[in-house]
Design a protein around this ligand. Structure first.
Ligand code: IVH
Length: 693
């Protein structure tokens, strides 16, 4: 068949459209299962395959790239500011019941009954009881089932258009399931799970970025990011709890049924909710959630009671800006005042030093607290907390209590300010130097491979595929090896025997043999891989390769000072500083020597400065998914001919290679008037330069 024949093209296009629709529905179904129901349906690799197939089809048929496609979650370019959105139905707040005991629930029920003119002998009022999520309120507008706009609450009348950021939240469907009405505005809360919050902060610390004080701040900060690319990397979650503007939908009779309907549309609705009767029902819910609170994976700010029947809600109406039919019922403050005896530090997996308050034991929220986090030096300065102060300690839903503030009236004299670097110039775990970068919130141990607190992370990196490539050395195994003190530094890996391994959990003799073989194989490596494997901060794979090429051998690199390091292309003062600091640490040099003594080797060469090759001096940026070449494959080909692959587009970029789903990098390349290639163009360039070479 002639592929350019009209009918042929029509068929192909129709086939592509049908396949794209199938893939989109399938991916949405898996997203729903994974992010909303918390019950994954397929392996990640299979999901990735479906996703890539859809990307390829959309690349070939751009007209098929609809707004509700899962490939379009991240796409928008950074904004200069958010546009204002006027809420068609205002976003109100709810009043808070100040009495945190069961009597608070009785008081609310009494107010509702009085307002409805109910007598004592009249039946109990039915309520919907739910959690008060601690995040930020958001309004999602769906038109004909497709998410068209997301807005923050703002002042309740006018909010900010944060659609691009909200689209990156995987728990929020881009298209509703089933028979969606023409207009449906869903109100709910964007929040961060506690474990996601911890991981995010660890990542922030690793990158020397701002540490968030609590999950709510982190969620709010993420949604108010002007760059959707950054928002996309924040693991946000969502719960729906109500409605805004609605058209063309017959509302159910109760709030409970509204939430059931939202869940059926594929929206996440929290499972901890109940339909209860009267004040006693509310009080029982308050108590049971109170008992459950610490075990929830996210923070709550109390519970919310809503009169269940929408007709009664309407009758009750509003006072000022608050509905008379709803109330927030909180829990007793989990705060107490105690003496701050001392400040010590804890060393995290990334070397970050977290100041920890040692407290005079105090009973808060049901447990005795002796330690509390002070987050970092900036937080200590901001709160002006000093050793010897009486301090307010809060135990939020979090398991880790925090110092909120000093009680200044009880401070005697002028105790000295606490300066972490003065008290801990060296790491309390391993004795290596502690440093804090100029713009960094976090102080860090430079012990790297030597510091036990950082060992697990460092070992995993050392063994990773692009570093020493030790197959089978995963995190479970590393945990066991380090916890049992079998492995302290990467050197110990090369001294492992079958016996020590085979006795570990989930490790038979066969897997032990396989692992030993993988370790054996890794002894023969390249200088670039070895440098990358060391896990020097800010030295990624590309920089490691540049360093290897430039210095030719390890001794020259170890001996290089900051100036010499900056001679390497793309190594600026910050990276040079990190490298020099790493090799200045005697422990690190020792580990390197031991690795060489253990037989880790590579071919050493003379310093090369710059590389030969047809593409020498040319910088490429890859963006989007290429039809046949993987990213690594394309990179390897470019580098084989002396070209460099950079992560971001700038005036210095020579070529931008564009595949499906290319984002802001393509826009930037066009704006700068750079040469843009597709895969064929890249291949042509590679072949051409082959023949020229
Ligand atoms: S209902 C008209 N339900 O609390 C009633 N709000 O003061 C509108 N919130 O910032 C709110 N969990 O984002 C409602 N289950 C819940 C909630 C909830 C948290 C937040 C909401 C707003 C504040 C209301």
């Amino acid at each position: 068949m002639d592929p350019f024949n009209d009918s042929g093209r029509g068929d192909a296009a129709a086939d592509a459209a049908a396949r794209a629709a199938t893939l989109r529905a399938e991916i949405a179904r898996h997203d729903h299962a994974y992010y909303v129901l918390d019950a994954p349906t397929i392996p990640d690799a299979e999901y990735d395959r479906l996703f890539r197939e859809l990307q390829v089809i959309e690349k070939a048929h751009p007209a098929l790239r609809s707004a509700d496609s899962p490939t379009q979650r991240v796409g928008g370019r950074p904004l200069a500011q958010f546009a204002a959105v006027r809420h068609r139905v205002p976003m109100l707040s709810i009043s808070t019941e100040t009495d945190t005991e069961a009597s608070g629930a009785f008081a609310f029920d009494a107010r509702v009954r009085r307002a409805l003119g109910l007598k004592e002998e009249d039946a109990a009022v039915a309520y919907a009881a739910e959690l008060k999520f601690d995040g930020l309120a958001i309004s999602l507008r769906y038109e004909d089932g497709v998410l068209v706009q997301a807005a923050t609450r703002g002042d309740g009348e006018t909010g900010e258009d944060v659609t691009a950021n909200v689209r990156t939240v995987k728990a929020i469907p881009l298209r509703l399931l089933g028979d969606a009405p023409p207009v449906l505005e869903v109100r709910g809360e964007i929040y961060l799970r506690r474990d996601d919050f911890e991981r995010l902060n660890a990542r922030q610390a690793e990158a020397g970025e701002k540490i968030f004080v609590n999950p709510r701040n982190a969620a709010a900060g993420s949604i108010r990011q002007l760059d959707p690319g950054i928002a996309a990397r924040r693991p946000l979650s969502f719960f729906a709890y109500g409605l805004g503007d609605v058209a063309g939908w017959a509302l159910p009779a109760t709030h409970t049924e509204v939430l059931d309907a939202l869940a059926a549309f594929g929206l996440p609705v929290c499972e901890h909710r109940a339909q209860v009767c009267g004040a006693a029902g509310l009080a029982a819910f308050h108590e049971s959630v109170g008992a459950l609170r610490d075990t929830l994976p996210f923070d709550i700010d109390g519970v919310v009671y809503k009169v269940d029947a929408l007709a009664l809600q309407q009758r009750l109406g509003f006072v000022t800006r608050e509905p008379r039919w709803a109330v927030a019922h909180k829990y007793p403050a989990q705060e107490a005042v105690t003496l701050l005896r001392d400040i010590e530090v804890q060393v995290g997996r990334t070397g970050a030093l977290t100041p920890v308050a040692r407290l005079e034991p105090v009973f808060v929220g049901g447990v005795t607290v002796t330690n509390a986090t002070l987050h970092n030096q900036d937080e200590i300065d901001r709160k002006d907390v000093r050793i010897g102060d009486w301090v307010i300690v809060r135990r939020a839903g979090d398991v880790i209590p925090e110092v909120v503030a000093p009680v200044l009236e009880r401070r005697s004299g002028e105790p000295p300010r606490f300066v972490l670097l003065d008290k801990f110039p060296t790491c309390p775990v391993c004795g290596s130097h502690v440093v804090r970068g100029e713009d960094e919130a976090v102080a860090r141990c430079t012990g790297g491979l030597f510091c036990p607190a950082q060992r697990k992370q460092a070992l995993l990196h050392f063994a990773s595929r692009r570093a020493m490539d030790i197959e089978g050395l995963g995190d479970k195994l590393v945990d066991q090896l380090v916890d049992a003190a079998i492995v302290k530094t990467p050197v110990d890996l090369y001294r492992l025997g079958v016996l020590a391994l085979a006795n570990l959990e989930r490790m038979g003799e066969k897997s032990a043999q396989n692992l030993l073989m993988a370790i054996e194989k890794s002894r023969s490596t390249t200088l670039a891989r070895f440098i990358f494997a060391l896990g020097i901060r800010n030295v990624g794979e590309a920089t490691a390769r540049d360093l290897a090429r430039h210095f030719g051998n390890l001794d020259a690199l170890v001996a290089a000072d900051v100036d010499a390091l900056q001679q390497v292309p793309d190594v600026g003062p910050i990276v040079a500083e990190c490298i020099a600091e790493f090799f200045a640490e005697p422990h690190n040099r020792e580990v390197i020597e031991q690795l060489r003594a253990a037989g880790v080797h590579w071919a050493e060469g003379e310093p090369q400065g710059t590389v030969a090759g047809a593409l020498a001096g040319k910088t490429f940026v890859l963006t989007g998914t290429l039809p046949t070449l993987s990213r690594d494959g394309a990179k390897a080909r470019i580098e084989a001919q002396g070209g460099k692959v950079a992560g971001s587009v700038s005036k210095k970029t020579h070529y931008v290679v564009v595949g499906a789903d290319a984002g802001s990098k393509l826009d930037k390349a066009q704006a700068l008037g750079l040469a843009i290639l597709d895969e064929d163009g890249l291949r042509a360039l590679l072949n051409e330069s082959d023949t020229n070479a």
